[in-house]
Design a protein around this ligand. Structure first.
Ligand code: AMP
Ligand code: MG
Length: 341
């Protein structure tokens, strides 16, 4: 199996990172099909190892209980948000993850500031919160459809043209504040092409078991494709920050996109580098005292500490495996030499 080092993951996702302060224009700057053959092969390798790595880091995140992770997923329809979420979820303990899907705001939501409903869904420390759509809709769908903004109950004089700049700043500030509180962001834009979206819509129409995924509204939104590309470009240009950078994930190839998304999440966890809490001398002494007590309760004939016996056996088995493995490799080498000579 491939050795998945933090450095390798960082290099793999680097091309997808939006440099803070850079001006992004879609689709010019990020190719939805931008999966070089080489990185495709790499993605396959990373797949299996990546899921295991995520699980390990999640365990540490939960044990340390200081940091939380917010995974933000934004995309056009049919870009593969749901599939990406189930893929990432396949590698983690469901107890430590909450998925929140944000739809059209309720009237209770509208009675509050626009970040209110998202703040309520932030993960606890030690957990991962996945946002299937997010507060970024407030500068995407709301921007593309001015009637949505018109219906928001904001004081009218605060709905001027400078509202988007202000919202970008508010979002950056909010993410900065949360970062300072120990919450880290993994923000991903699944970048699907217009033609691939057309293909996926058609498959939702033509394949009966996918019909449920298609809504007539989806093709209506498709008519606003260019407006969305522009709005996304603005979002990426204005809200990729050193504390919460965006990643633009090529999404025309579904398996690749899933691996890349998992890699971005893994990278975020690696940067946190959560550690198991250290057991202090007092706690160690308490463990020893409990051990002695449990050993005293062994029934007649049983080993006082059967786990200690098991661990010793395992260690011994591992040691022999290592030496016989080496011997086997040596004899293989010798045979190969003999065959050559
Ligand atoms: P889906 O995720 O496909 O089930 O669709 C959810 C719908 O809710 C999409 O059409 C979004 O554009 C819409 N939506 C999500 N957040 C907001 C928001 N803050 N304001 C208005 N519409 C939203
Ligand atoms: Mg939809």
């Amino acid at each position: 199996m491939v050795e998945l080092t933090p450095k390798r993951i960082a290099q793999f996702i680097e091309p997808f990172r939006v440099e803070p302060g850079s001006r992004v224009r879609l689709p010019r700057d990020f190719d939805p099909a931008g999966t070089r053959e080489q990185s495709k092969a790499e993605a396959k390798e990373i797949l299996a190892a990546g899921v295991g790595l995520l699980a390990e880091y999640q365990t540490r995140l939960a044990a340390q209980d200081n940091y939380g992770v917010v995974m933000v997923l934004q995309a056009m329809d049919a870009a593969g948000k749901d599939g990406t979420i189930s893929h990432v979820m396949s590698g983690v303990n469901p107890q430590g993850v909450q998925v929140s899907s944000f739809k059209v705001p309720s009237s209770e939501d509208m009675d509050h500031d626009y970040l209110w409903r998202y703040a309520k869904k932030l993960p606890e420390r030690g957990n991962i919160g996945i946002f299937n759509r997010s507060y970024y809709e407030e500068v995407l769908v709301v921007r593309v459809h001015p009637q949505i903004l018109a219906a928001q109950k904001l004081p009218p004089r605060l709905k001027g043209r400078d509202i988007w700049k202000r919202r970008f700043r508010e979002i950056n500030d909010w993410e900065h504040y949360l970062t300072d509180q120990g919450f880290r962001f993994a923000k991903m834009f699944l970048n699907v092409s217009k033609e691939e979206q057309r293909r996926r819509f058609l498959s939702r129409i033509d394949e009966p078991e996918k019909n449920w995924k298609f809504s007539a509204n989806d093709s209506k939104e498709r008519a606003f494709w260019d407006d969305y590309q522009k709005a996304f470009s603005e979002v990426l240009s204005n809200t990729s920050t050193p504390w919460a950078p965006w990643y633009v994930i090529p999404a025309d190839d579904k398996p690749f996109a899933r691996v890349a998304a998992a890699a971005v999440l893994a990278h975020t966890m690696i940067e946190i580098d959560p550690r198991f809490p250290k057991v202090g001398p007092e706690a160690k002494a308490a463990l020893q005292a409990a051990k002695v007590e449990l050993e005293g309760q062994a029934p007649p004939g049983a080993a006082p500490d059967l786990i200690e016996v098991e661990l010793a056996e395992k260690a011994a088995a591992k040691a022999t495996e290592k030496t016989t493995g080496k011997a086997a490799a040596k004899s293989k080498g010798r045979k190969a030499k003999a065959a050559k000579g």
